[in-house]
Design a protein around this ligand. Structure first.
Ligand code: HEC
Length: 106
């Protein structure tokens, strides 16, 4: 094989593996998003003021979370009712009364 052909081969291999990596990352992201739309919202919106250490240990139902989110609105969070509902719904599931206890801090 000529040097040029080898080069072309190496290049297309590199492209192919890059594409596989990107596809895997997208699939990972899609899985995360599919988990609950409120989770993505939460990531976008809570961390501008504090980390999840503020609420990670809480185990409450969606109604309590909705109340907590309205407290955040009082503190400056600007969100729609729809966003608040989605986030409260997510929190009430993954951080609900029946959720497993928080993992010990590392
Ligand atoms: C505009 C700023 C801001 C944003 C955005 C924000 N918070 Fe807060 N949050 C605060 C402040 C200020 C406190 C009080 C901190 C303290 O007591 O030291 C707080 C405290 C809390 C507390 C504990 C006290 C309470 O009132 O229950 C929870 C739970 C909480 N935040 C949840 C959230 C969640 C969930 C989000 C994302 C949806 C969020 N926060 C986004 C400002 C914010």
């Amino acid at each position: 094989m000529s040097k040029v052909r080898n080069g072309v081969l190496a290049l297309s291999l590199a492209c192919a593996s890059a594409m596989i990596l990107i596809a895997a990352a997208n699939a990972e992201q899609a899985k995360e998003q599919a988990k609950h739309p409120g989770l993505q919202l939460l990531r976008d919106k809570c961390f501008q003021c504090h980390t999840d250490s503020m609420w990670r240990d809480a185990r409450q139902d969606a109604r309590w979370w909705e109340g907590a989110l309205y407290r955040m609105v009082g503190r400056g969070g600007i969100w729609t009712t729809e966003e608040i509902k989605l986030m409260a719904d997510y929190l009430g599931t993954d951080f609900g009364p029946n959720a497993k206890p928080p993992e010990p801090a590392k």
